[in-house]
Ligand binder design. Structure first.
Ligand code: SF4
Length: 720
């Protein structure tokens, strides 16, 4: 383990779930250039362009920052700067009044997988423990809730079984619903290194688009949007017919295999192929690669999760790996990639509407009692009813059933599906508190209170990456103005409301309380002390001070379910929530560009990143462009059943006919029709409540040259 020298500190990159750690030499309150160190996990010297540009002056320039608390009584009034105590008193009085007049469930919290574990923990304690409402959800609902639900259903607890080291041992990589090259670039570099070092290793990418990842693959399976379950089931069925089943693992470590196998064999391969939308010869090649491989490692992300069938898509893949005995085995298994840097840590503290700390659940009386005892609050303080999930929460806000929302470290006015509805909901709120690093955000425009948060590098906190690796992200230098860590702000308001148990002085105190609550749970972090975190990151479970951590789980074939076994589920292929028709004849699927992050509040400020993707672009197949009389570079508008979006057409055969692709990076603050989420569908998976962001029916029309459009003007200006 590398102990930091006196003036070298390590922080966690604030972008994707790879969780790269960067080093900076600190002196005079300033950090030097940021770099990655070869000996430091998990990235071992690698950084992608976003991470390498974290020391850009534009990111740290106080000009774009929120530096003082701002309050206004009504939205048509100007904000007034106030002290922290005055801001906390204002919030406490308004929350208290609403709670007394309308009830505790009229208050809501909407947070983020970019919050550190300490902040996620204090907000969970405040809302679920002290305020007694479970109306607390985060953008992890839009990101990982299908993966979390599927792991819980199959293994008995959330989180992947393996770790990044598996990349060095795998001989077949199966990427499905993940454009790793763009969205988890450092892991993709590791994967490519493994492929280069082992000429027999192979990469299959399943994606409707020929993405950057698919371009590098040995085999690209251009699945029909929504056809993932059928595609995985076709492979699983062919493997069963070829005798590819790990009978020992199935017998000793699982349940439900016979029913799964029978249901799979009863399916028609032709129907599966048709639903998957991939040619039979490509699928046969995929089956052959699965049969030839010894260690198959699947990576997946939003392409499986963001769907009304997200949980089924996850389970189909987990079923396949269990059938092959590839859980708890080095170099193999199902591995979900978290989109955000601490989506895992947030789940560990129980910040989703149905959860409690330590992978406990609000609906479980024993779990509630345990947490109430540890929080030292009266029995019955925690409500037994799961709260409203993200989409449901904004629906309730629009209906007036929720009156106040405290939004932290995320920009739902850009990132939620069916975003016009979300704007209406925010306008309808009696109190919107927005806590952010930046002063000009789309969500902040709806706020009554703006709270300045310290950003990455300006505070100490803890993050868990995609492989369950817990790392300390250290403070490199001071935040500007009065900006403070998110956990500090939550504790200040809790004290202003008169709640006990929030007298924290340091992030380390918060971490100590959190790790204590995980003791004996499936995500046990009790042995991950502050002192050990100073020396380096540790994989959970880690129950004791002398435990080395657990890079791979389930190696003994024991699972944290009631029976101790993992469980197979039978699945039926099904269609997405909405369909195309003569009016909406194209399928829109959304994603990200490698140079931008979420809603561009940070990456949009870095010229080297922003100029790579400075405006909304719509990818369309040449066949559709010809059919619609459109040319590359045209400004076009997409309409869905919910709204309109304008972008610049990019004619490319990387998208299949009848499918268009764009990103969700831009909001109204860029241009009036720049937000792709005006189009997207807020229907959600019944099990995970994760909404459908990958499939909506649209039509495309040209924007006429003489049409008065602020969007057209903005796009012209943004053209380099
Ligand atoms: S791969 Fe992810 S965590 Fe690593 S530097 Fe890039 S954005 Fe940051």
């Amino acid at each position: 383990m590398i102990l930091p020298t006196n003036n070298t500190r390590h922080a966690v990159c604030p972008y994707c779930g790879v969780g790269c750690r960067v080093a900076a030499r600190v002196g005079d309150g300033k950090a030097s250039r940021i770099s990655a160190t070869k000996s430091i996990a998990p990235n071992f010297g690698l950084l992608c362009q976003k991470g390498a540009l974290l020391d850009s002056p534009e990111i740290w320039n106080p000009a774009g920052r929120l530096t003082t608390p701002l309050v206004r009584e009504e939205r048509d009034q100007p904000f007034k700067p106030v002290s922290w105590d005055a801001a906390a008193a204002f919030i406490a009085a308004r929350l208290d009044a609403l709670r007394k007049e309308h009830g505790k469930d009229t208050l809501a919290f909407y947070g983020s997988g970019q919050l550190d574990t300490e902040a996620s923990y204090i907000f969970t304690k405040l809302f679920k423990g002290s305020l007694g409402t479970n109306n607390m959800d985060t953008n992890s609902r839009l990101c990982m809730s299908s993966a979390a639900a599927a792991y819980t259903m199959t293994f008995g607890a959330d989180a992947p079984p393996g770790c990044y080291d598996d990349i060095h041992h795998a001989d077949l990589f199966f990427m499905i619903g993940s454009n790793m090259a763009a969205n988890h670039p450092v892991l993709f570099t590791k994967t490519r290194k493994r492929l280069a070092a082992n000429p027999m290793a192979r990469l299959i990418v399943v994606d409707p688009r020929r993405s950057e990842s698919a371009d590098a693959a040995h085999l690209h399976l251009p699945v029909k949007p929504g056809g993932d379950v059928a595609l995985v089931q076709y492979i699983a069925r062919e493997l069963i017919l070829a005798g590819c089943e790990d009978k020992s693992f199935i017998e000793h470590a699982t349940q439900g295999y016979t029913a799964y196998r029978d249901a799979l064999l009863a399916q028609s391969p032709d129907v599966l192929l048709q639903t998957a939308g991939v040619d039979e010869h490509l699928m046969s090649e995929a089956v052959s690669l699965f049969m030839l491989a010894d260690k198959r490692l699947s990576f997946y992300c939003q392409g499986l999760n963001q769907s009304t069938r997200g949980v089924d898509k996850n389970i189909a893949l987990i079923n396949l790996h269990m059938q092959l005995g590839e859980v708890g085995r080095k170099g193999a298994g199902p591995f979900s990639l978290t989109g955000q840097p601490n989506a895992m840590g947030g789940r560990e503290v129980g910040y989703l509407a149905h959860q409690l700390p330590g992978y406990r659940f609000v609906a479980d009386a024993d779990h509630r009692a345990a947490v109430e005892k540890l929080w030292n609050i009266p029995k019955g303080s925690i409500d037994s009813r799961p709260g409203l999930s993200a989409v449901e929460m904004f629906d309730a806000l629009a209906r007036g059933e929720i009156k106040a929302i405290w939004n932290v470290c995320t920009n739902p006015a850009v990132s939620m599906p069916n975003v016009d509805h979300v704007h209406a909901a925010l306008r309808n709120a009696e109190l919107v508190i927005h806590q952010d690093c930046y002063d000009q955000t789309d969500t902040g425009a709806f706020a009554h209170v703006l709270l300045p948060a310290a950003q990455w590098g300006e505070k100490t906190g803890t993050m868990t990456n995609s492989e369950r690796l817990v790392a300390r992200s250290e403070k490199l230098f001071d935040p500007p103005g009065q900006a403070m860590p998110d956990w500090w702000i939550a504790a200040l308001v809790a004290r202003a409301m008169g709640f006990k148990g929030y007298d924290y002085v340091t992030a380390e105190q918060v971490w100590d309380e959190h790790r204590t609550l995980t003791r004996g749970t499936p995500c046990d972090q009790h042995g991950i002390t502050n002192l050990r975190l100073l020396a380096g990151p540790i994989h959970w479970p880690c129950p004791d001070d002398d435990h080395p951590g657990t890079p791979r789980r389930y190696t003994d074939g024991l699972f944290p379910s009631d029976s101790g076994r993992a469980r197979f589920f039978e699945l039926e292929p099904a269609e997405p929530d909405e369909s195309t028709d003569s009016r909406y004849d194209l399928i829109l699927t959304t994603g990200r560009h490698a140079a931008q992050w979420h809603t561009r509040t940070r990456t949009g400020k870095v010229p080297e990143l922003d100029r790579q993707y400075p405006r909304p672009v719509i990818d369309m197949n040449p066949h559709d462009a010809d059919r619609l009389g459109l040319a590359d570079g045209d400004t076009v508008r997409l309409y869905s059943r919910r709204g309109a979006f304008t972008g610049q057409l990019h004619v490319t055969d990387t998208v299949p006919p009848r499918t268009v692709f764009t990103t969700f990076h831009f909001g109204d603050s860029f241009a009036p029709e720049a937000n792709a989420n005006r189009l997207t569908n807020d229907a959600f998976d019944p099990k995970s409540k994760q909404p459908e962001l990958k499939f909506c029916a649209v039509r495309c029309v040209p924007v006429l040259a003489n049409e008065p459009s602020r969007q057209t003007a903005a796009m012209t200006e943004a053209t380099p």
